[in-house]
Design a protein around this ligand. Structure first.
Ligand SMILES: Nc1nc2c(c(=O)[nH]1)N[C@H]1C(S)=C(S)[C@@H](COP(=O)(O)O)O[C@H]1N2
Ligand SMILES: [Mo]
Length: 239
C-alpha cells in the first residue's frame, strides 16, 4: 500500500478539492475502475446547498503523526461483545435513509474508491490511547455517492455485533473521517473491525464503530443515539 501522506495537505484550492471529494485524485489514491466511473458521473450533478456547505467549508485538519510514531502494541481490542463472524466476500455496506441514491457496496467496489492513509491518535475514554495508521475510503466520498438529501443532519452506523452509533453530518464529512480497511499498513484484522470500520481523529474511541454494515442518514437525532451514549456517555465526544 502507499504510505506517502505522512502529513495532511492543508491548503487546497476549491476546484481541486471538489473534484477530489467527488471521486477524483486523493492524497493517496488508487485507480478508479468502471464501477466508480458510473457512480462519479452521477455524483457530479450539483449537490444540494446544505450538504455542499458541509463538504466544502474548511474543516480544520487535525495534524498527523509520522509513520515512525505508530504504537502497534498500544491499540487494545475493545469490543463489548466479541468479534462477529463476517464473510468479506459476501459482505455489503448499505448506505440508506435520507439519500437520493441508496447504495449496497461490496468490499471490491469500496476498494476501487480513492485510498487515504493517516496516522492519528486513537483515544479510549477508559484511559488508554495509541497512535495508529488507518487507511481506507473517506466517509465523505461514500456519502457523496449516495447523494444526501438537503434535510440530512445525522449519520447512523449499525454494526454486525449489535453496536450502533450516531454522528453529526459535519463530523462524518470531515476529510479525516475514514471507513478504514487497513491498519498500520496491513489488512484490518477481524478483531479490529474488518472488513470496514470508522476511524477519525476528531472523536473518542467509542464513536469509531467497528464492523459497520449500514450507514443511515437521518434528519433528526433519534432517542437511540449510541451504545455507550444511551447509558450516559457524551454524544458529541469530540477530541
Ligand atoms: N462494533 C463495535 N465497535 C466498537 C466497539 C464495540 O464494542 N463494537 N468498541 C468501541 C470502543 S469503546 C473503542 S475504544 C474502539 C476500540 O477499537 P479497537 O478494538 O480497534 O482498538 O472501538 C469502538 N468501536
Ligand atoms: Mo473506548
Amino acid at each position: 500500500m502507499s504510505n506517502t501522506n505522512e502529513e495532511f495537505e492543508l491548503e487546497e484550492p476549491l476546484p481541486r478539492r471538489r473534484f477530489m471529494l467527488l471521486g477524483g485524485a486523493g492524497l493517496v489514491t488508487i485507480g478508479l475502475g468502471a464501477f466508480t466511473e458510473g457512480l462519479v458521473g452521477k455524483a457530479t450533478e450539483p449537490l444540494n446547498q446544505q450538504v455542499e456547505s458541509l463538504i466544502f467549508n474548511p474543516q480544520k485538519p487535525v495534524p498527523e503523526f509520522a509513520l515512525t510514531a505508530i504504537e502497534p502494541e498500544k491499540l487494545l481490542i475493545n469490543s463489548f461483545r466479541g468479534t462477529p463472524k463476517i464473510d468479506p466476500v459476501t459482505y455489503r455496506l448499505a448506505i440508506a435513509g435520507a439519500v437520493d441514491r441508496p447504495l449496497s457496496l461490496s468490499m471490491a467496489e469500496i476498494q476501487k474508491l480513492p485510498l487515504t492513509a493517516m496516522v492519528i491518535r486513537h483515544v479510549c475514554v477508559e484511559g488508554w490511547a495509541a497512535i495508529v495508521q488507518w487507511a481506507g475510503v473517506r466517509l465523505a466520498d461514500l456519502i457523496g455517492l449516495a447523494q444526501p438529501k438537503s434535510q440530512a443532519r445525522y449519520v447512523y452506523f449499525e454494526s454486525a455485533d449489535g453496536y450502533y452509533e450516531s454522528w453529526d453530518l459535519a463530523s462524518a464529512m470531515h476529510p479525516q473521517t475514514l471507513m478504514a480497511y487497513q491498519k498500520n499498513g496491513q489488512p484490518l484484522e477481524p478483531a479490529y473491525g474488518a472488513p470496514l470500520r470508522l476511524a477519525s481523529p476528531i472523536k473518542l474511541g467509542y464513536k469509531q464503530s467497528k464492523w459497520v454494515t449500514s450507514i443511515i442518514l437521518t434528519n433528526e437525532l433519534l432517542p437511540r443515539k449510541g451504545y455507550w451514549e444511551d447509558i450516559g456517555y457524551e454524544w458529541f465526544a469530540g477530541l
